[in-house]
Design a protein around this ligand. Structure first.
Ligand SMILES: [Zn+2]
Length: 289
């Protein structure tokens, strides 16, 4: 097996967290005959082997980096959080949830989603909500609803390993990401608070190779949440000095993404704008047009 860590009956296949295409960590739960595979995000020999049998695929939310390898699992049933299931069943719903309304842009994104990211549409066999057993009770896998990043964004508690997956509350130096139409800053903050009260010995995210103890996690969660405040302070300061800037202009200053990364990347600029829009609404401020 490639780059992996084993904890009880859970195998963590570490994703590739750097580079132009990021991949999430994948969690394989050995349930005897069938395996539960959470977020087949990475390219690995192990996943290819697993795809030859009938297994259960569970996606934590609809984002592409968490279902990059869904397409190889042609013999498996798929499960997803209820609000995100339509976006996994239909790429058009996916694009709408991202917030792309322009028809021409929708066409371009659909092409990229299919050809660059290999995102395929899958019929969802079963959905789950917060604190519900996934598939059925006999598998002992319970979801933890952590909305905000997307509406259905979910984590899981792996009882056998006292390990909680907190998915894209990912504690990365980028900070929280809420760049979709369906993302919500305040609900994201509530989910960060919720994580503090999860009773688990260990915690893991989808985007780093670290397993945290609760003691290690708590200050990291506070720091992660504080990005929201810092971003708003930076935005207010910018508006104070240049009060007639439009959203398009504000987005070029790099309040959320590094300024240098925005210049030649229309996708990042789109997400910067989406996130700033949410801050402007949250703060109830007026900007230039
Ligand atoms: Zn995500």
């Amino acid at each position: 097996m490639e780059n992996y860590t084993k904890r009880e009956n859970i195998t963590i296949l570490w994703g590739k967290h750097k580079g132009p295409l990021i991949y999430s960590n994948t969690f394989v739960i050995d349930c005897g005959k069938k395996q539960i595979i959470i977020d087949p995000g990475g390219e690995s020999v192990e996943l290819k082997k697993l795809s030859e049998q009938e297994n259960f695929i569970v996606n934590t939310h609809f984002h592409g980096d968490h279902r990059r390898m869904n397409y190889i699992f042609t013999k498996s049933d798929f499960f997803a959080p209820e609000p995100d299931a339509p976006m996994i069943e239909s790429n058009e719903r996916f694009i709408e949830a991202v917030g792309i309304t322009d028809k021409e842009l929708q066409k371009q994104w659909l092409y990229v989603v299919k050809t660059v990211y290999n995102i395929t549409e899958h019929k969802i066999a079963g959905t789950f909500k917060d604190n519900e057993y996934v598939i059925d009770k006999s598998y002992g896998l319970k979801s933890i609803g952590l909305p905000g990043h997307t509406q259905g964004h979910s984590g899981f508690y792996f009882e056998s390993a006292s390990l909680a997956l907190i998915t894209d509350i990912d504690l990365t130096p980028f900070g929280p990401w809420y760049g979709n139409e369906v993302s919500d800053i305040d609900i994201f903050l509530e989910s960060i608070e919720k994580v503090k009260h999860i009773e688990s010995k260990y915690f893991i995210t989808s985007h780093s190779n670290t397993i945290y103890t609760k003691e290690q996690l708590l200050p990291l969660l506070d720091n992660f949440a504080s990005y929201i405040d810092r971003r708003e302070k930076a935005l207010l300061k910018l508006i104070e000095t240049k009060n007639s800037l439009s959203l398009d202009e504000l987005a070029t200053y790099g309040i959320i993404y590094p300024r240098s990364s925005l210049a030649n990347n229309p996708a990042l600029l789109f997400f910067e704008k989406k996130m700033l829009e949410k801050h402007i609404k949250r703060l109830g401020i007026k900007i230039g047009v």
